[in-house]
Ligand binder design. Structure first.
Ligand code: S3P
Length: 166
Protein backbone atom coordinates (compact mmCIF):
# COMPACT_ATOMS: atom_id res chain seq x y z
CA UNK A 1 0.00 0.00 0.00
CA UNK A 2 0.92 3.67 -0.26
CA UNK A 3 3.32 4.85 2.42
CA UNK A 4 2.76 8.28 3.98
CA UNK A 5 5.03 10.23 6.26
CA UNK A 6 4.28 10.27 9.98
CA UNK A 7 1.43 7.96 10.99
CA UNK A 8 0.79 4.82 9.05
CA UNK A 9 -2.74 3.88 9.91
CA UNK A 10 -5.00 1.92 7.60
CA UNK A 11 -8.55 3.26 7.48
CA UNK A 12 -11.41 1.08 6.29
CA UNK A 13 -14.31 3.02 4.85
CA UNK A 14 -17.53 1.92 3.19
CA UNK A 15 -21.25 1.73 3.63
CA UNK A 16 -22.86 0.38 6.79
CA UNK A 17 -22.64 -3.38 6.95
CA UNK A 18 -19.72 -3.65 4.50
CA UNK A 19 -17.69 -5.62 7.05
CA UNK A 20 -15.20 -2.90 8.04
CA UNK A 21 -15.02 -3.83 11.73
CA UNK A 22 -14.81 -7.55 11.07
CA UNK A 23 -11.99 -7.09 8.58
CA UNK A 24 -10.09 -4.70 10.86
CA UNK A 25 -10.46 -7.11 13.79
CA UNK A 26 -9.30 -10.11 11.79
CA UNK A 27 -6.33 -8.27 10.30
CA UNK A 28 -5.46 -7.02 13.75
CA UNK A 29 -5.16 -10.60 14.99
CA UNK A 30 -3.15 -11.66 11.95
CA UNK A 31 -0.66 -8.80 11.90
CA UNK A 32 -0.56 -7.92 15.61
CA UNK A 33 -1.57 -4.37 14.85
CA UNK A 34 -4.05 -2.70 17.19
CA UNK A 35 -7.47 -1.92 15.78
CA UNK A 36 -9.96 0.76 16.74
CA UNK A 37 -13.48 1.54 15.64
CA UNK A 38 -14.47 5.22 15.33
CA UNK A 39 -18.03 4.45 16.47
CA UNK A 40 -16.75 2.89 19.69
CA UNK A 41 -14.38 5.85 20.25
CA UNK A 42 -17.27 8.28 19.79
CA UNK A 43 -19.38 6.26 22.24
CA UNK A 44 -16.58 6.27 24.78
CA UNK A 45 -15.94 10.01 24.38
CA UNK A 46 -19.61 10.96 24.77
CA UNK A 47 -20.49 8.25 27.27
CA UNK A 48 -23.51 6.96 25.36
CA UNK A 49 -24.48 4.71 22.50
CA UNK A 50 -24.48 5.90 18.89
CA UNK A 51 -28.27 5.56 18.86
CA UNK A 52 -28.50 7.88 21.90
CA UNK A 53 -26.11 10.40 20.36
CA UNK A 54 -28.27 10.53 17.23
CA UNK A 55 -31.56 10.82 19.08
CA UNK A 56 -30.45 13.14 21.93
CA UNK A 57 -27.80 15.32 20.28
CA UNK A 58 -28.43 14.91 16.57
CA UNK A 59 -26.29 13.89 13.63
CA UNK A 60 -24.23 17.11 13.56
CA UNK A 61 -23.03 16.52 17.10
CA UNK A 62 -22.16 12.96 16.16
CA UNK A 63 -20.18 14.14 13.12
CA UNK A 64 -18.34 16.74 15.21
CA UNK A 65 -17.23 14.06 17.63
CA UNK A 66 -16.33 11.69 14.80
CA UNK A 67 -13.94 14.31 13.39
CA UNK A 68 -12.51 14.98 16.87
CA UNK A 69 -11.92 11.26 17.30
CA UNK A 70 -10.13 11.09 13.93
CA UNK A 71 -7.85 13.96 14.91
CA UNK A 72 -7.04 12.11 18.14
CA UNK A 73 -5.60 9.24 16.12
CA UNK A 74 -2.74 11.47 15.01
CA UNK A 75 -1.04 10.74 18.30
CA UNK A 76 -1.12 6.97 17.73
CA UNK A 77 0.87 4.58 15.60
CA UNK A 78 0.06 1.84 13.07
CA UNK A 79 -3.63 1.38 13.74
CA UNK A 80 -6.24 -0.48 11.75
CA UNK A 81 -9.20 1.88 11.87
CA UNK A 82 -12.74 0.82 11.14
CA UNK A 83 -14.66 4.00 10.26
CA UNK A 84 -18.33 4.78 10.63
CA UNK A 85 -20.17 4.55 7.32
CA UNK A 86 -20.75 8.30 7.25
CA UNK A 87 -17.13 9.33 7.85
CA UNK A 88 -16.97 10.79 4.33
CA UNK A 89 -19.90 13.12 5.03
CA UNK A 90 -17.49 15.74 6.40
CA UNK A 91 -15.14 16.79 3.59
CA UNK A 92 -12.24 17.43 5.97
CA UNK A 93 -12.22 13.83 7.18
CA UNK A 94 -10.92 12.43 3.90
CA UNK A 95 -7.93 14.79 4.06
CA UNK A 96 -7.29 13.91 7.70
CA UNK A 97 -7.28 10.19 6.96
CA UNK A 98 -5.04 10.57 3.93
CA UNK A 99 -2.54 12.52 5.99
CA UNK A 100 -2.45 9.80 8.61
CA UNK A 101 -2.22 6.78 6.38
CA UNK A 102 -3.93 4.72 3.74
CA UNK A 103 -7.66 4.72 3.08
CA UNK A 104 -9.21 1.46 1.88
CA UNK A 105 -12.74 1.51 0.48
CA UNK A 106 -14.63 -1.78 0.85
CA UNK A 107 -16.86 -1.58 -2.18
CA UNK A 108 -19.83 -3.93 -1.95
CA UNK A 109 -23.46 -4.16 -2.99
CA UNK A 110 -26.09 -2.11 -1.22
CA UNK A 111 -28.32 -5.19 -1.00
CA UNK A 112 -25.61 -7.09 0.92
CA UNK A 113 -25.20 -4.11 3.25
CA UNK A 114 -28.92 -3.95 3.86
CA UNK A 115 -29.01 -7.65 4.70
CA UNK A 116 -26.20 -7.17 7.21
CA UNK A 117 -27.83 -4.15 8.77
CA UNK A 118 -31.15 -5.94 9.15
CA UNK A 119 -29.56 -9.01 10.63
CA UNK A 120 -27.78 -6.97 13.33
CA UNK A 121 -30.55 -4.60 14.33
CA UNK A 122 -28.21 -2.26 16.19
CA UNK A 123 -27.95 0.52 13.64
CA UNK A 124 -29.79 3.80 14.02
CA UNK A 125 -32.74 3.85 11.71
CA UNK A 126 -31.67 4.14 8.12
CA UNK A 127 -35.16 4.90 6.92
CA UNK A 128 -36.69 3.24 3.92
CA UNK A 129 -34.82 1.19 1.34
CA UNK A 130 -35.18 4.11 -1.01
CA UNK A 131 -33.53 6.46 1.50
CA UNK A 132 -30.71 3.98 1.97
CA UNK A 133 -30.22 3.84 -1.76
CA UNK A 134 -30.12 7.63 -1.99
CA UNK A 135 -27.53 7.75 0.79
CA UNK A 136 -25.47 5.06 -0.90
CA UNK A 137 -25.48 6.92 -4.21
CA UNK A 138 -24.54 10.16 -2.51
CA UNK A 139 -21.67 8.52 -0.65
CA UNK A 140 -20.29 6.26 -3.34
CA UNK A 141 -18.25 8.95 -5.13
CA UNK A 142 -17.11 10.31 -1.75
CA UNK A 143 -15.73 6.90 -0.75
CA UNK A 144 -14.02 6.58 -4.11
CA UNK A 145 -12.50 10.01 -3.83
CA UNK A 146 -11.31 9.47 -0.26
CA UNK A 147 -9.75 6.09 -1.00
CA UNK A 148 -6.18 5.23 -1.92
CA UNK A 149 -7.33 1.69 -2.61
CA UNK A 150 -10.77 0.37 -3.57
CA UNK A 151 -11.44 -3.30 -2.98
CA UNK A 152 -14.40 -4.90 -4.69
CA UNK A 153 -15.66 -7.14 -1.89
CA UNK A 154 -18.45 -8.78 -3.88
CA UNK A 155 -18.25 -12.57 -3.71
CA UNK A 156 -14.94 -12.58 -1.88
CA UNK A 157 -13.76 -14.44 1.18
CA UNK A 158 -12.08 -12.67 4.07
CA UNK A 159 -8.71 -14.07 2.91
CA UNK A 160 -9.11 -12.61 -0.58
CA UNK A 161 -10.09 -9.19 0.78
CA UNK A 162 -7.27 -9.29 3.35
CA UNK A 163 -4.74 -10.10 0.64
CA UNK A 164 -5.85 -7.10 -1.41
CA UNK A 165 -5.64 -4.78 1.62
CA UNK A 166 -1.88 -5.28 1.44
C1 S3P B 1 -23.45 5.67 10.12
C2 S3P B 1 -22.84 4.46 10.20
C3 S3P B 1 -22.51 3.80 11.47
C4 S3P B 1 -22.38 4.82 12.60
C5 S3P B 1 -23.55 5.73 12.62
C6 S3P B 1 -23.78 6.47 11.31
C7 S3P B 1 -23.76 6.25 8.80
O1 S3P B 1 -21.27 3.12 11.36
O2 S3P B 1 -21.22 5.60 12.45
O3 S3P B 1 -24.63 4.94 12.93
O4 S3P B 1 -24.11 7.44 8.72
O5 S3P B 1 -23.63 5.52 7.79
P1 S3P B 1 -21.07 1.64 10.68
O6 S3P B 1 -20.92 1.85 9.22
O7 S3P B 1 -19.82 1.16 11.31
O8 S3P B 1 -22.26 0.86 11.05
Amino acid sequence: YVVHEGCDHIFFVGFLGAGKSTLARNLSGLFHRPCVDTDRLVERALGKSIACVFSEDGEDAFRDEETRVLKGLEARKSLLVSCGGGIVERPENAGLMRQMGTVVFLDGDLSDSMRQIRSRERRPDLGSARQAERLYRHRYPLYREAADITIDIRNKTFEQVALESG
